[in-house]
Design a protein around this ligand. Structure first.
Ligand code: GTP
Ligand code: MG
Length: 208
């Protein structure tokens, strides 16, 4: 898929403020600092589209980016950042949770996982929450440039084994590096296929 245009539309602090849910959208979620905003910039080849930072907790709102004037990428605030006051943390979690559970045009969520870390409780619990609520999601192992091929393989086998103690099967999985642009074609192809299915389903809906 060719990204012809990528436009920041708005930052929202609640589901109600989000753009009207008419176009398909793909959300990027995961712990603070995992590389959500960087991945959006890498996918769109626009390094300054989403704001990134070395400091965790940079993205604090739900940010909509309109792609090819037909669908959205959505940069979500990170979870699991200890330094944020509890009340603020609760507010973020509630607004993201509400968005995830109620956003009708959300096609799938990309759950980003830092490939350098052992399986984190917050990520495992978050994916369980998605499973229980039947929210479609895929995994993205980020920052793969920071690990050797061998270490990366080991980390993913470890992660899979950990998940398979709770899950019958594993979700679709991507490996990315926003520095080396690894995984870009694979993710864009995946989105493109889902957009085609989404279009077919809405065409059928319109004909009934
Ligand atoms: P919050 O908005 O705080 O939740 O963080 P985020 O998940 O959006 O992370 P962000 O994209 O801002 O990246 C955090 C830090 O990780 C930045 O310093 C990025 O440069 C770095 N980073 C992101 N992706 C990669 C990657 O693939 N490889 C390497 N080496 N660094 C990365
Ligand atoms: Mg961010």
């Amino acid at each position: 898929m060719i990204i012809r245009s990528a436009q920041f539309i708005k930052s929202s602090t609640s589901l109600e403020q989000c753009p009207s849910p008419e176009k398909p959208e793909f959300g990027f979620v995961g712990r603070s600092n995992v590389g959500k905003s960087s991945l959006i910039n890498m996918l769109t080849s626009r390094p300054r589209l989403a704001k990134t930072s070395g400091q965790p907790g940079r993205t604090r709102t739900i940010n909509h980016f309109y792609i090819n004037e037909s669908w959205f990428l959505v940069d979500l605030p990170g979870y699991g950042y200890a330094k944020v006051p509890v009340t603020l943390k609760d507010r973020w979690i509630k607004s993201v949770e509400k968005y995830i559970l109620n956003r009708d045009n959300l096609v799938t969520l990309f759950v980003l996982i830092d490939s350098r870390l052992n399986p984190q409780k917050s990520d495992l619990e978050f994916m369980e929450f998605l499973g229980i609520n039947h929210i479609p999601f895929v995994r993205v192992f980020t920052k793969s440039d920071k690990l050797s091929k061998d270490a990366l393989k080991k980390a993913i086998v470890l992660y899979n084994n950990k998940m398979l103690t709770n899950w019958d099967s594993l979700p679709v999985t991507f490996i990315t590096s926003s520095v080396k642009r690894t995984g870009r074609n694979e993710i864009l192809k995946y989105i493109s296929n889902l957009l085609t299915s989404f279009q077919m389903v809405s065409d059928i809906g319109r004909n009934f």
